[in-house]
Write a protein that binds this ligand. Structure first.
Ligand code: BMA
Length: 309
């Protein structure tokens, strides 16, 4: 049996389900709150630039989209400057009574990460641009560690393949003490680049990090998902990284779309029965979902590891 079992009725959300005009629905952050699943998804508009929409569900698979977009690029102030080309790939963390949303902000100056906050998913407030260019895939841990906020991210690098780093902050605005903690492995499914997926999930064996890895082929890049386990007290310490991927593009809606051969995850919801709902964009065009057992993912890290760096 596959370690991640796809929902039979995938895809779970497509452009046909959105009441405004979009070309794609993908790479969504998802969180469960007071029994409701909230999905903040990315959509390309028909000019090729992205906005964020919102959909809600009571069972985690059957979603309905709100009538209007949730966040569109700012058109004034500092956010207006850096969101000129669109906003992408949101991740949601619930911490200390607020939902934090990290998203990629694209502009003529490159891609950097914006942080926004909401308490009710009705109104949203932009807080700060928390990286310079060229960063993507910023995920904030759902609790402070040793009194500090912690985040994983993926800076761009020409010299070393794109890797996962950790940074710390006392206030969510100023980040530092950055350190590289995990790298792609040569001639491996994640050899070209890796990046964090959803915010890490706390388990009794460590923080579970569902990450994406990219492999370049003669036919373009393939995006897959893998898992790593970080130390609970100090997540800059990687306990183990699974050698095998947990999900790769196999179904038509993952093989063909806006960008072929992509499964890309920004959201996962751990449940009280030990399962985790995993959400991924299929071929940058539709939203998909599946279920795994948290223990299976942890065991895959521990029993069949590859070197972290
Ligand atoms: C990455 C990001 C993702 C996208 C993926 C595959 O670089 O742009 O948003 O899903 O490429 O196209």
């Amino acid at each position: 049996m596959d370690i991640v079992r796809r929902y039979k009725e995938n895809p779970i959300l497509t452009k046909e389900d959105v009441p405004y005009k979009v070309a794609t629905v993908h790479n969504a952050g998802v969180i469960k709150h007071s029994g409701e699943y909230i999905m903040v998804f990315r959509s390309h508009l028909l000019n090729g630039r992205s906005i964020l929409g919102l959909a809600r569900s009571s069972d985690g698979f059957s979603f309905s989209a709100d009538p209007k977009p949730f966040m569109t690029p700012a058109n004034e102030g500092i956010f207006g400057v850096y969101e000129e080309y669109g906003i992408e790939d949101p991740r949601i963390t619930f911490i200390e009574g607020e939902f934090l949303i990290t998203y990629s902000a694209y502009s003529r100056h490159g891609v950097r990460i914006g942080l926004a906050k909401t308490v009710d998913f009705k109104s949203v407030e932009r807080v700060s641009l928390i990286t310079e260019a060229d960063y993507r895939n910023v995920v904030i841990f759902p609790e402070r560690i040793n009194g500090l906020y912690a985040r994983l991210d993926r800076p761009h690098s020409q010299i070393s393949p794109w890797s996962i780093w950790i940074s710390w902050s006392p206030d969510l605005r100023y980040w530092g003490d950055s350190k590289i903690i995990m790298k792609p492995v040569q001639y491996h499914w994640d050899e070209m680049k890796i990046g964090p997926g959803p915010p890490p999930i706390k388990t009794d064996k460590g923080w579970l990090n569902i990450y994406h890895g990219v492999f370049q082929t003669m036919d373009g890049s393939v995006y897959r998902l893998g898992v790593a386990l970080h130390d609970l007290a100090d997540p800059s310490v990687i306990i183990s990284v699974a050698d095998e991927w947990i999900l790769q593009p196999e179904e038509n809606y993952e093989l063909t779309g806006y960008v072929h051969n992509v499964v890309f995850c920004c959201g996962a919801v751990p449940e009280s029965d030990g399962s985790v709902k995993i959400y991924w964009g299929g071929a940058d065009k539709v939203m998909c979902g599946g279920v795994a057992k948290i223990n299976d993912l942890v065991d895959l890290c521990l029993e069949r590891p590859r070197i972290p760096m």
